[in-house]
Unconditional design. Structure first.
Length: 136
């Protein structure tokens, strides 16, 4: 039902061809984000047994071994959440994020950026800044 509502909205807004071309992408992108995070986690965690052990201990303490964690348990699992955020930092789902538009004139590192300028952030450089992330 959700998918049909989305198609109807896009047809009304963009016309048939664009809406039908964008529909598969809209369904696929969230899947790729989740899959990418899981795959990178599985690739990285074996080389960090200390992190794996601490995460396992946190899960056993908070959840136990008789049940599965739920979304409500997340706030009680800060170490596991930090691991997920670190995977997202080191290997973001999208290297080129959504472009931004400057809302006012400003100067950055000696460069004048006028209001209305389109900007795309370099996540690779931002997330590997050794001043902010010493082990980047």
């Amino acid at each position: 039902m959700y998918a049909l509502c989305r198609i109807h909205t896009w047809r009304r807004t963009f016309g048939d061809s664009l809406s039908l071309n964008m529909f598969p992408t809209n369904l696929l992108i969230p899947t790729l984000q989740t899959t990418g995070i899981i795959l990178w986690f599985l690739a990285l965690i074996p080389s960090h047994p200390d992190v794996q052990k601490r995460a396992h201990e946190e899960l056993d303490k908070v959840i136990g071994r008789e049940t599965w964690p739920t979304a409500e348990d997340e706030k009680q699992l800060p170490y596991l959440r930090a691991i997920i955020k670190e995977v997202q930092r080191v290997h973001p789902a999208f290297l080129v994020p959504t472009p931004h538009i400057s809302t006012e004139d400003f100067v950055y590192n000696g460069y004048y950026i006028p209001k209305g300028t389109g900007m795309v952030l370099n996540l690779h450089t931002i997330h590997r800044n050794e001043n902010r992330y010493p082990n980047a």
